[in-house]
Write a protein that binds this ligand. Structure first.
Ligand code: KG4
Ligand code: ZN
Length: 356
C-alpha cells in the first residue's frame, strides 16, 4: 500500500506490472438505495446486493432524507452479511473498501462513510472515496473493457444531467449540465402529475409505449439555444397543463406520456450530437438511471450509426444506483494509489465532477 499509514500493520498489496490483485468491497448509500458489492480483480467478477427504499418514500412522493439515513443504518450490515454468506466469503477476504463519499444526501452518505471507515479500521485495510457519478461512468468499463478514453459521456440520473468530456479516469470537463431539474426528476415529477407513483420514470416510459402524442406539440427544451446546457423544469408544467386540458382518459394519459418522453429524448439526442461534433470524439457513453430508458437507447443507437460513432450503455442493472459500480470504481482508484488509512470520515454532499 502506498503512502503513510496511521496503522503500522495495515495490509500491503503488491502490483505485478499494471495488475493489482484485490478483493474490494464497494458501498453505495448516497440516496435511497443501499448497495454493497465485491469486485474480485483476479476473477474480474462483481457480486452485489441492493436494497431499494422506494416503498418507504413512496407515500411522501419523494425521498425523505432522515428516513433514508435511518434505513441505510438498518440495512447495511445485514446486506453485507448476506453478500458474504451467499458467496462463501468472510470479512477477512476483503483487501480494500470503496464508499460513495458524494455527491448525495449528507446523512445517507455519512452512514456509508462511517461503516466503511470503521470496517477498514477493524480489518486493518485501506479505503478510497468514490464519486457517485464517476462510479456510474466507470462501470461502463467493466461491461465494455474495450471502451477507451477519451469519450463523451451523457450522465442522466434522478439528481444529475451532465454532458462530459471524459479524458481519462478522474479528468472530466463538463460540457453542459441542467440549469434546473435533472432528467430523472422531470420524469418523476411528470409521472406524479399523471398519477403513476414515485419514482415514476420507468412507469411513465412503459405507458408512453402505448401513446401517440405528436398532436400535443410538446416543445424540446433549450434546443434553439447554442451550447450544451439543459433545462427540464418547464416540461412538467406542460405535462400538467396538457393533463388538465385533456379528458383525463387512459388514452390521454398515454399520449401525454409519449409526448413528454419523446420531447425529452430528442432534446438529449440533439445535445449528444452537438457534443460529439464539438469535441470531435467518436465514442459516446450513456449512464445513470435514465440510461435504462429504451427509447433513449434506441434513438442514440440510430444516431450513432448515422454518425459512425460508437455508443455504449451499461446493462440495466448497473444503470440505477448499485454497489457494484462503487466497488469497480474503487478498484480504479486503488490502481491510482488514491487509498487512505486515515480514520477521518469524509463526505462531500456537493462535489462537482470537474473538481475530482
Ligand atoms: O441513477 P439513479 O438510480 O439515481 C440517482 O443517482 O439519481 O437514477 C434514478 C432515476 C429516477 O429519476 C428514475 O425515475 C429514472 O432514473 N429512471 C428512468 C427509467 N428507469 C429509471 N427514467 C426513464 N426511463 C426509465 N426506464
Ligand atoms: Zn445515481
Amino acid at each position: 500500500m502506498s503512502g503513510p499509514s496511521i496503522f503500522p500493520d495495515v495490509r500491503v498489496f503488491f502490483f505485478e506490472g499494471d495488475f493489482l490483485s484485490m478483493i474490494i468491497l464497494g458501498i453505495e448509500s448516497s440516496c435511497d438505495e443501499t448497495g454493497v458489492a465485491i469486485y474480485d480483480s483476479e476473477k474480474k467478477c462483481l457480486i452485489e446486493e441492493v436494497h431499494s427504499q422506494i416503498q418507504l418514500h413512496e407515500s411522501f412522493g419523494g425521498v425523505v432524507p432522515e428516513i433514508a439515513s435511518r434505513d441505510h443504518v438498518k440495512r447495511i450490515l445485514p446486506l453485507l452479511k448476506t453478500l458474504l454468506k451467499k458467496n462463501d466469503l468472510s470479512l477477512q477476504d476483503i483487501d480494500g473498501i470503496g464508499y460513495t463519499s458524494g455527491p448525495g444526501l449528507i446523512g445517507a452518505l455519512l452512514t456509508g462513510a462511517v461503516f466503511a471507515r470503521t470496517l477498514a479500521w477493524a480489518l486493518k485495510i485501506s479505503v478510497v472515496e468514490v464519486h457517485h457519478l464517476e462510479a456510474h461512468l466507470l462501470i461502463s468499463l467493466f461491461d465494455a473493457p474495450e471502451l477507451a478514453f477519451p469519450f463523451v459521456a451523457l450522465i442522466v440520473s434522478g439528481g444529475h444531467t451532465l454532458l462530459v468530456h471524459a479524458r481519462t479516469i478522474g479528468d472530466y470537463e463538463i460540457l453542459g449540465e441542467t440549469l434546473d431539474d435533472a432528467v430523472g426528476e422531470a420524469f418523476d415529477k411528470s409521472a406524479k402529475v399523471l398519477g403513476l407513483g414515485y419514482p415514476g420514470g420507468a412507469a411513465l416510459a412503459k405507458l408512453a409505449e402505448r401513446g401517440e402524442g405528436s398532436y400535443l406539440n410538446f416543445p424540446k427544451p433549450m434546443i434553439d439555444r447554442p451550447g450544451l446546457d439543459f433545462s427540464f423544469s418547464g416540461i412538467k408544467t406542460h405535462v400538467a397543463n396538457a393533463w388538465n386540458r385533456s379528458e383525463q382518459t387512459d388514452k390521454a394519459k398515454a399520449d401525454i406520456a409519449e409526448a413528454f418522453q419523446s420531447a425529452v429524448v430528442e432534446t438529449l439526442v440533439i445535445k449528444c450530437k452537438r457534443a460529439l461534433s464539438l469535441t470531435g470524439l467518436n465514442h459516446l457513453v450513456v449512464v445513470g438511471g435514465v440510461s435504462a430508458n429504451q427509447l433513449l437507447r434506441r434513438r442514440l443507437a440510430e444516431i450513432a450509426e448515422k454518425l459512425n460513432v460508437s455508443v455504449f450503455f451499461p446493462r440495466p442493472q448497473y444503470c440505477t444506483d448499485n454497489g457494484a459500480m462503487v466497488a469497480y470504481a474503487a478498484y480504479q482508484k486503488f490502481l491510482l494509489h488514491q487509498e487512505t488509512s486515515s480514520l477521518a470520515v469524509q463526505v462531500k454532499p456537493r462535489w462537482p465532477m470537474a473538481e475530482l
